[in-house]
Design a protein around this ligand. Structure first.
Ligand code: SF4
Length: 396
């Protein structure tokens, strides 16, 4: 294997049943090097799905329970203890997600499925941290011998795609999930988090993937696909390429590579199983889906400086989409929203102006301002409407 990171791709039959999913998972795990080395007898292994919200797996937003079940079986067969564990999005009810996402029957069959929001927290240092010095994490996660990240293959309105590295955010308590956005800068903080709880193995569930308005409200895409490997950066790189997303555009992956958590250079990655070209399909990005969908009022202007990165672009666009769903876009008549780093302030305007994100902060005295890097969608919507409304799901 000449020292390269191995990433396995397995495509199964269309609409695989439980037995076929189990076969796919076993095959992709074996191709990627197997679990034997990370599961000695007696080892405790956290299996971390993405249950961001109570959404049925066929919508493509949450990890298929059949994939986690197969992984738990394999851990048990090696003599380990498998714990499927998740903490849903900020303010979300993980128990409801466990039920709606199809994990409740696993409990009845004797599998451990934990709501991490109920677990005891401990403080751990982040020695390699660039923005974090310490973290509060569930003790059961910190004490585990290994973590298997089992994300969904889906687009994301702030991070382009959410895959193995970003999936680790669901290990955090809600307070920290929020601070990742409002205080630390979510992309670098995610990389720091993975330096402490780096998945020893990752299996991306692309059986029913999701494009467009991810991470929750996008459209399902039948891919019948699994992508796996020991190197989460390499796994995310390959999964991104399958989705038509250039890895360099995924900031969390880039920062994780910079921290030495894996490789994203394809010359250092060996793809085994099905080739990328045989399965790749360009996923519609969240920003593209939003622009197609929105019907904005006269006089509205969106000024994305070219330095505005995905965080502000998609934060603004997804907020607009949320307001469109509520029929509230009319408040944007004769309003401009400005985001991105600016060499000089935008030209004066009689329009109401809302500056969004830390990069636009130096012009804040010319209008209203939404802090954050990236800014929080709740704050953006509050600035637009004048009303704080947390009823939408905050991004995971
Ligand atoms: S504040 Fe600047 S760096 Fe941060 S998300 Fe917005 S545009 Fe990107």
């Amino acid at each position: 294997m000449d020292g390269k990171s191995v990433v396995a791709i397995v495509r199964g039959p269309r609409k695989p049943d439980e037995r076929e999913v189990d076969r796919m998972v076993r095959k992709v795990v074996a191709l990627a090097g197997g679990l034997e080395r990370l599961v000695p007898p007696g080892a405790t292994v956290i299996i971390k799905p993405n249950l961001v919200a109570p959404v049925a797996p066929e919508r493509g937003a949450t990890t298929d329970p059949r994939v986690c079940k197969s992984l738990a079986d394999q851990v048990r067969e090696l003599g380990g203890r498998a714990i499927i564990a998740e903490s849903s999005a900020i303010g979300g009810d993980t128990e409801e997600a466990i039920r709606v996402c199809g994990y409740e029957p696993l409990r009845a069959q004797g599998y451990e499925v934990l709501d991490l929001k109920k677990e005891t927290l401990v403080t751990v240092p982040v020695p390699k941290g660039t923005v974090l010095k310490e973290l509060r994490l569930p003790e059961i996660v910190v004490r585990a011998d290994a973590i298997i990240s089992v994300p969904k293959m889906k687009t994301h309105d702030q991070a382009l795609a959410t895959l193995a590295i970003k999936n680790m955010k669901g290990l955090l308590p809600d307070t920290l999930k929020k601070q990742f956005h409002t205080t630390f800068g979510v992309f670098r903080a995610m990389a720091d988090l993975n330096s402490v709880v780096k998945p020893a193995f990752s299996v991306v569930d692309g059986i029913i993937a999701q494009e467009g308005l991810g991470p929750v409200f996008g459209s399902p895409v039948e891919m019948d696909l699994l992508v796996a490997g020991r190197d989460p950066v390499a796994v995310d790189t390959v999964a991104g390429l399958i989705m038509g997303i250039e890895p360099a555009g995924m900031e969390t992956t880039t920062y994780a590579a910079e921290l030495g958590l894996g490789v994203m250079d394809m010359s250092s990655i060996e793809v085994v199983g099905t080739p990328i070209d045989a399965v790749k399909r360009r996923f519609k990005l969240a920003s593209e889906a939003l622009e197609e969908t929105l019907h904005l009022p006269p006089g509205f202007e969106l000024v994305f400086n070219e330095m505005a990165c995905t965080g502000c672009r998609t934060g603004v666009l997804s907020s607009l989409w949320d307001l469109s769903e509520q029929g509230k876009l009319g408040v944007l008549r004769d309003t401009r929203i400005v985001a991105g780093l600016m060499a000089s302030p935008p030209p004066a305007s009689s329009k109401r102006t809302i500056f969004v994100g830390a990069c636009a902060g130096k012009s804040r005295n010319q209008g209203e301002f939404v802090k954050g890097c990236p800014p929080n969608n709740v704050d953006i919507r509050a600035a637009i409407t004048g009303v704080v409304d947390s009823s939408f799901l905050t991004k995971h």
